[in-house]
Write a protein that binds this ligand. Structure first.
Ligand code: FAD
Length: 489
């Protein structure tokens, strides 16, 4: 016989995209009651409400859960892992653990919101107290409204309005001690979730590059503030300079809260007379607001993820995919900046923002391939693959989004390369076969004289591919395709 709600004391904290102890409002609230706390993570393999994670994100999640489990153990607790449908598992767990309450931090994907609302009602009917909190955003999608009470479709007014209401407050400290329930329910082992690749194990480059988990996130933030923030405003667009934070996967999995990042950055800016450091801090915070904007759009514009926000793109004459797509994925298009980017993505699970824009433009405009195809590839290969940022950014690049780059703005991959990687440092890091080419030829090897190619050990079509398309003709073709849909609403 299970206990009546009044004699129950345990509070279940359901971890989702908030895999941290610090500044975790749901956990802090539960710990603050002095009741026993039961932390749980559910791999939501059923029902198919959420998009299944891609390979790189799964690898990250494995590391993140491992670290969260250890951090909870240090505080006298544990992380119970379950696999299946939360709407079946949580009511059962609540009964088994004689829980009085379930707390979680909110998420903003429309399908996840609907599922969470249904679950909340069901748990409440079971007599449980259910509370949800904001642990993932600086401003929730409904907090920022236009004068007409609607949502924003354009970033700049959104960011202005967000800054006006934004009051992040101080991040909450991590609990030192978490009361354990009398009995721990059975859960699965981390390896049972089968998150890591085994045959083959392709994650070597990811292991070398990243330290998933809350401690890794905090270290990265500290290093960013000390070493990179001063250069952020001036160097953030050059991929070789490593001036950006690389916090994106940590933010994606909630290993650090945006409030922690925002306030640490504000503290640096307030603590200095250096106007360029303050300018960098302001620029960095405006990038954090792009993330907020993507979530604002995801919540208010459900077609963001699966369809085109501008419906005229439903009739866009995309090309059939084939060898060009395969060349793009493998980093063998013959355009060095595109290839270096796609190889960085494959090796490290991450890609610099400028290069994301270049490879995205190349796919959707030079190759005329539907942005969904690129978005899917990023979803599978990025450690920071994010349900809001990824489709919002792809639609921005493709021109089909709410606040999008106009379709007719086609990036020239050679000019971008010369501008943002003038001495080819980034290209040489990921394209060793071109490393010996002089700076003036590395951006467009097909134009290099034969003796220069020979001296650098480059044989086009053998050691490095010829360009899969001619950019000038491809640009004209893309603009003609756009003309076909331009006049539509
Ligand atoms: P920083 O410059 O240090 O910025 C700090 C944080 O702000 C980032 O970690 C990120 O959370 C946020 N941010 C920065 N730029 C953007 C942006 N343009 N849009 C939204 N948020 C931003 N970002 C993801 O987190 N996940 C994705 O799946 C993703 N897919 C993308 C796909 C394409 C085609 C493009 C063009 C961009 C995509 N981005 C995505 C946005 C951006 O490229 C990354 O957030 C950024 O490169 C991460 O590097 P960083 O942490 O060093 O960024």
């Amino acid at each position: 016989m299970s206990a009546s709600p009044s004699t129950r004391s345990t509070i279940i904290v359901w971890f989702r995209d908030d895999l941290r102890l610090s500044d975790n409002p749901a956990l802090a609230e539960a710990v603050g009651t002095d009741c026993p706390v039961l932390p749980v993570f559910i791999q939501e393999t059923r029902p198919k409400t959420l998009r299944p994670l891609g390979g790189a994100a799964k690898w990250w999640l494995h590391g993140s859960l491992k670290k969260l489990g250890r951090d909870l153990e240090k505080a006298g607790s544990r992380l119970v892992l379950l696999d299946g449908d939360p709407s079946e598992l949580l009511p059962r767990l609540a009964d088994e653990a004689e829980a009085q309450a379930v707390y979680w931090n909110r998420r903003y994907h429309p399908k996840a919101c609907a599922a969470d609302a249904r679950l909340k009602s069901a748990l409440k009917e079971q007599g449980l107290d259910v509370q949800s909190f904001n642990g993932s955003l600086l401003v929730e999608p409904w907090d920022v409204q236009t004068g007409e009470g609607s949502f924003y479709r354009v970033y700049s007014p959104f960011a202005r309005a967000a800054r006006q209401i934004l009051d992040p407050g101080s991040p909450l400290p991590a609990p030192k001690k978490i009361n354990a329930p009398k009995h721990w329910p059975d859960g699965c082992a981390l390896d049972d979730l089968k998150l890591r690749p085994t045959k083959p194990d392709w994650a070597g480059g990811l292991r070398e590059t990243w330290a998933p988990g809350e401690a890794g996130a905090r270290e990265r933030l500290a290093a960013f503030l000390d070493e990179r923030l001063p250069r952020y405003k001036t160097h953030r667009d050059s991929p070789a300079d490593e001036a950006t934070s690389a916090l994106s996967p940590h933010l994606r999995f909630g290993e650090i809260s945006p409030r922690t990042v925002w306030s640490a950055c504000s503290a640096r800016a307030e603590d200095t007379d250096d106007s360029s450091l303050r300018g960098s801090a302001e620029k960095f915070q405006s990038e954090l607001l792009w993330r907020e904007f993507a979530y604002h759009l995801l919540y208010h514009l459900p077609p963001l993820e699966e369809g085109n926000v501008q419906s005229k793109f439903d009739d866009f004459p995309w090309a059939k995919t084939g060898t060009a797509l395969s060349a793009w994925k493998k980093g063998r298009t013959g355009y060095p900046i595109v290839d270096a980017g796609m190889r960085q993505l494959w090796q490290t699970g991450w890609l610099h923002n400028r290069v994301r824009m270049i490879v995205g433009s190349f796919l959707t405009k030079d190759l005329l391939i539907d942005w969904h195809v690129g978005e899917d590839w990023f979803w599978d290969t990025l450690v920071d693959a994010d349900a809001a940022n990824n489709p919002a950014s792809w639609q921005w690049v493709a021109g089909s989004g709410a606040d999008a780059a106009p379709y007719f703005r086609v990036f020239n991959p050679v000019l971008q390369s010369k501008k943002f990687d003038p001495d080819g440092t980034y290209l040489r890091t990921f394209l060793p076969e071109l490393a010996e080419l002089p700076d003036e030829h590395i951006h467009e090897p097909w134009k290099a004289p034969p003796d220069i190619l020979k001296a650098a050990g480059v044989t086009l079509g053998e050691t490095y591919p010829e360009p899969v398309v001619d950019h000038g003709s491809a640009r004209k073709k893309a603009l003609a395709a756009y003309e076909e849909i331009k006049g539509q609403a």
